[in-house]
Design a protein around this ligand. Structure first.
Ligand code: ISE
Length: 332
């Protein structure tokens, strides 16, 4: 039976989720495309054969003809809409971050605990990326020995138009906060965030450099540069006592011409993580059928947001900030 999806948010990521659900994931009916911009929701609905276009997210969530909801609207809407889905008893895949405020994340968690079941999955799609999956498998099999350090680079061509303030930390970096925590299987104890001295701190997307220590004593360093200019480039190397695992990007070809070997960088994250999104969205749909949650939970969303808040505090204070999570409910 087809699962009827209400998709909220028809911007860059929402439109790509519509494409994925319409063309790469079997057994889906796009019941709604919802966006504050009515013309944009209509355009995406027409492009991918959705039944309805609307600008009312709460009506989408309440509609009995909607079985599940995918949230890809602006960050500040994620937590309240996810909470509304949980209270309506509907499975929801919410784009990261769950919120830029850890208190909002705890409200979502409280709603899930009250309902007694996990309904929310947070779209930390790198957990499904084949390269990161192989990295975690190598560690878990003991191939490189105990993990010591995890080096992460995350570079965008230029900061997205909607970026403000510390979104390098609160919007981009949560990917690294979550994937390193997932691969290492460890929470964080503290974070220090730095910025190159000569960089204009007020320039949106200005680079930040972070050093995190896990509760197990491992070190994670994260460079976020949202104005890298040359291409979209995400790198990682997990270093263990006996070896390391280097993250490879899915490069399909290399052009040999004029005494050069050329490989291309993608313009943004969608081509680089296309397979991760396809696998994530397929796994989400399967979890709706089986009732067995997969991927990142609302608790994982809270954990990433808490680190981002501490990171912004560390950058402002010029000092490391220690982290302590709330008590983890048994549901997670
Ligand atoms: C964006 O929201 C994403 O989630 C991308 O995966 C990430 O690379 C980018 O930095 C974020 O702004």
């Amino acid at each position: 039976m087809s699962i009827r999806i209400g998709l909220i948010g028809a911007g860059l990521m929402g439109a790509d989720h519509a494409r994925i659900l319409a063309t790469e994931v079997p057994g889906v009916t796009l019941q709604y495309i919802c966006d504050a911009d009515a013309a944009r929701s209509r355009s995406v609905a027409d492009a991918y054969g959705a039944v309805h276009a609307t600008s009312d997210p709460l009506a989408v969530i309440a509609d009995k003809w909607v079985d599940a909801v995918l949230i890809a609207s602006p960050d500040q809407t994620h937590a309240p809409l996810t909470k509304a889905c949980i209270e309506a008893g509907k499975p929801v895949l919410c784009e990261k971050p769950l919120s830029q405020d850890s208190r909002e994340c705890l409200e979502v968690i409280a709603a899930e605990v009250k309902g007694g079941k996990r309904l929310a999955q947070i779209a930390f799609m790198r957990r499904f990326d084949p390269a990161y999956v192989e990295m975690k498998a190598a560690l878990d099999k003991g191939l490189i020995g105990p993990a010591l350090m995890f080096h992460c680079f995350h570079r965008n061509v230029s900061a997205p138009a909607n970026f403000t303030g510390q979104m390098a930390i609160s919007n981009s970096a949560p990917h690294e906060f979550d994937i390193a925590r997932f691969v290492l299987g460890a929470d964080y104890a503290e974070i220090s965030v730095f910025r190159p001295e000569f960089v204009d701190a007020n320039k949106v997307g200005a680079p930040v450099f972070m050093v995190l220590k896990t509760v197990a004593g491992q070190l994670v360093n994260v460079e976020i540069n949202n104005n890298a200019a040359y291409g979209y480039d995400v790198r990682g190397e997990l270093v263990g006592e006996k070896g390391s695992v280097f993250l490879r990007s899915p490069i399909q070809s290399e052009i040999h011409v004029h005494l050069q070997a050329i490989t291309a960088y993608p313009e943004d994250w969608r081509p680089r993580f296309a397979e991760a999104y396809r696998l994530q969205n397929s796994a989400w749909l399967k979890s709706i059928e089986t009732g067995k949650p997969v991927g990142a939970s609302a608790w994982d969303g809270y954990a990433a947001t808490l680190v981002a808040e501490a990171g912004a505090e560390s950058l402002a204070k010029g000092a490391s900030v220690k982290l302590s999570l709330a008590a983890k409910p048994a549901l997670y």
